[in-house]
Design a protein around this ligand. Structure first.
Ligand code: HEC
Length: 253
């Protein structure tokens, strides 16, 4: 009697253990099955969309080439995505976001009366001017470029759309902000050799020369591009880590 009872207890214990193990496997299975691909989805998604150019991550637009031929009407149309929060006309009111008249080439936090985030203040300390590259990166992924910004906007992945938009924004009070000279090292053809290092060096050197010339010609940004590009490379790669930023960007407000 006690023998069979013990046997039952042992069986019960064994079964219980088995259930616990199976249960755990299912729970972990569930966690891995859902959570992992979901995370990876986000990460692979963003860069891949952005990978419409790796050009976008590796090569910023060659402003001297793309701005003169940008489609201003398309840029104005793209601004519809900003209008919930921004005006861009002269004397336009601040809304959820600051008025953007003259922001291209202007100082970061260019509207003194607007309550910017501390994050934007920290960004200003590092990069005080909204040059073309800085704006481009910000609009690509605001929360990645300025972590903690209160601009809750997921970003525009398509480089061409951003170029048109920035060209149009420039037409709103920033016409005096110089367009840099075309930079061969930034042109799409230069992208492939850039990976192979050697030929790219020569081209890059040529590009820097041109840029310095442009700087001498009076562009205030002229000095920045070299370091700007380096900074761009680091800021682009580094922020891949914080997933919080990515998901908060995606969560609707
Ligand atoms: C949901 C509202 C919202 C949308 C949509 C939005 N913004 Fe913003 N934007 C903000 C806020 C808020 C700030 C201030 C950010 C801070 O202080 O961190 C800001 C700041 C900016 C700045 C910096 C201005 C300065 O004075 O330094 C630029 C440039 C900008 N936005 C451009 C855009 C563009 C271009 C779009 C559309 C592609 C856009 N924003 C869409 C809310 C928005």
């Amino acid at each position: 009697m006690s023998g069979s009872l013990n046997g039952n207890k042992i069986m019960a214990a064994g079964l219980a253990t088995a259930f616990v193990i199976i249960g755990l496997q299912q729970v972990t299975g569930a966690i891995y099955a859902t959570a992992k691909p979901e995370k990876m989805g986000y990460f692979i998604d963003a860069p891949e969309e952005a990978a419409g150019g790796p050009a976008e991550v590796v090569l910023p637009p060659d402003w001297g080439t793309v701005l003169p031929t940008a489609d201003l009407a398309a840029g104005e149309a793209a601004f519809a995505r900003c209008q919930a929060c921004h005006t861009a006309n002269a004397g336009g009111a601040d809304g959820i976001g600051p008025n953007l008249f003259g922001v291209v080439g202007g100082p970061v936090m260019h509207r003194p009366g607007f309550a910017y985030s501390d994050a934007m203040g920290a960004h200003k300390a590092e990069a005080p001017t909204w040059g073309y590259d800085e704006l481009d990166q910000f609009i690509t992924a605001p929360a990645r470029y300025v972590p903690g910004t209160k601009m809750s906007f997921a970003g525009i992945r398509d480089q061409n759309t951003r170029v048109n938009l920035i060209a149009w924004l420039r037409s709103q009070g920033s016409g005096g902000y110089a367009v840099p000279a075309p930079d061969p090292s930034r042109q799409p053809g230069a992208a492939a050799p850039a990976e192979g290092a050697a030929p790219a060096e020569g081209e890059a050197a040529a590009g820097t020369g041109a840029e310095t010339a442009a700087a001498d010609a009076g562009g205030p940004t002229g000095a920045a591009p070299a370091t700007g590009a380096a900074a761009a490379a680091t800021t682009q790669t580094a922020p891949a880590a914080p997933s919080a930023a990515t998901s908060s960007t995606n969560s609707p407000r």
